[in-house]
Write a protein that binds this ligand. Structure first.
Ligand code: HAM
Length: 417
């Protein structure tokens, strides 16, 4: 038989990590629901065309898409992110605005797998559609910062920038194209290829030969119009009033093509790999229109769950919750006692597990130990005959007999002590 393993870039998440994932999403939900965001669950695949709106020049679209023809001949793709799906849902359902939603779930990109970079990775995120009020930009960015601090992370740096309006972006792209073309011989071969496809992305290069050129490249603030500039100033002012620390980074362009005006990124300063970006987002004021809807501004972010947990590990923050039962039932008589007792306890709100297969007392006590339960309840032939149970608090080494009729009360006494 072949030995099956997970496909490259995918992982099984087992306990206790799986409990940590769920707790992560719970903390996120609490953070953003406090600001009026409601949950949206978009499908995991859509017509490929929805994702082509992310920009055909972006690598996410040109190289990393998991697309295929389904049995009905539709060209579909697994979602590489969820912003496009949220905008498609907005166009489909026309909710009243402002429409503020949050989401959590897996995304798929055919990337080269490595630490912090997977082909299936989880994100949590928010999107807010229907207004370009700079206070909304500050709210969205502030919620990202608040969430990281709710997790207990302290070494997260926030960079913000503006990409101006649609025309500004195209103009800046042309300015960069001309600038980098003048210095093409100094550029790395990878960046030369990027330059032909998408000049803005050259600014993202971490390659040595490109660094000096990038440092001296023209900044976007010199190309953007007055309105976008004023909007950005208001966003910065609102962030300051919210006490959200940030740095303006004129080189921050982000990987997806739909961004206009405000963009931002959260970087963990404790992660050492190339993948220190634990989240990012920005405005995408033309995306709803590109998907066939009315002109509707929008802003949001997504945070990488996998990477953020790596940052938590590095900072010793947000430990996996203890996910153990309170009581373990050992039954050496017939197994039926364990069933009845577990049922009774669970119905009374006490978490309980048991041993199976009528194994020896020693084997069942070992299982009780492994379970992490704080109380073991033991029923052997003697207890069965007297209608009693032996109660053993696992950390004490002592044990005593309780009447079976008062089982729940006695257990609660020990647990809630
Ligand atoms: P993104 O920058 O492509 O933006 O992804 C956001 C975050 O997802 C990244 O900062 C990173 O933490 C995580 N991430 C991305 N790719 C991978 C991967 N292959 N493995 C592990 N983690 C990954 C977006 O997806 C936009 N939709 C964000 C947005 C929302 N903009 C506006 N609204």
């Amino acid at each position: 038989m072949p030995e099956f393993k997970t496909s490259p870039g995918t992982r099984d998440i087992l306990a206790p990590d799986s409990g940590r994932w769920r707790a992560f999403q719970d903390v996120f939900a609490k953070t953003v629901e406090a600001a009026g965001y409601t949950l949206i669950i978009p499908p995991m695949f859509e017509d490929l065309d929805v994702f082509l709106r992310l920009g055909e020049a972006t690598e996410v679209v040109s190289k990393e898409m998991y697309d295929f023809h389904d049995k009905g001949g539709r060209h579909v793709a697994l979602r590489p992110e969820q912003t496009a799906s949220v905008c498609r849902a907005f166009v489909e359902h026309r909710p009243t605005t402002p429409w503020k939603v949050w989401y959590a779930g897996p995304n798929f990109r055919y990337e080269k797998p490595q630490q912090g970079r997977y082909r299936q990775f989880d994100q949590v995120g928010i999107e807010a559609l229907g207004t370009d009020d700079p206070f909304l930009d500050a709210e969205v960015i502030g919620l990202g910062a608040k969430f990281f601090s709710n997790l207990g992370l302290t070494r997260v740096k926030l960079s913000v920038n503006t990409l101006g309006d649609a025309g500004d972006r195209a103009r800046y792209s042309q300015v960069l194209f001309e600038y980098f073309s003048r210095h093409e011989s100094t550029l790395s071969s990878e960046s030369r290829a990027t330059l032909a496809r998408n000049p803005l992305r050259v600014l993202d290069s971490k390659r040595k030969p490109d660094q000096e050129l990038i440092a001296n490249a023209p900044a976007i603030r010199d190309t953007i119009g007055g309105e976008a500039k004023a909007h950005f100033e208001s966003v910065l002012g609102a962030l300051e009033a919210l006490n959200v620390p940030y740095q303006v980074n004129n080189r921050l362009v982000r990987g997806l093509d739909y961004y206009r005006r405000t963009t931002f990124e959260f970087v963990s300063t404790v992660l050492e790999s190339a993948h220190t970006a634990i989240g990012g987002g920005g405005r995408y004021d033309g995306l709803v229109e590109a998907l066939g809807g009315p002109a509707t501004p929008g802003i949001g972010f997504a945070l990488g769950l996998d990477r953020t947990l790596l940052a938590c590990d590095a900072e010793g923050a947000f430990a996996a919750p203890k996910n153990t039962v309170e009581v373990f039932v050992v039954d050496t008589v017939d197994g039926m006692h364990a069933q009845t007792i577990c049922n009774l306890l669970r119905a009374s709100g006490v978490t309980a597990d048991r041993a199976y297969d009528l194994r020896s007392m020693k084997a069942q006590m070992k299982a009780a130990d492994r379970s992490g339960a704080s109380v073991a309840l033991i029923i052997g032939p003697g207890e069965a005959q007297n209608s009693t149970i032996t109660l053993r608090p696992m950390n004490s080494g002592e044990q005593y007999s309780i009447p079976r009729s008062d089982l729940v009360g006695e257990v609660l006494k020990v647990l809630r002590r």
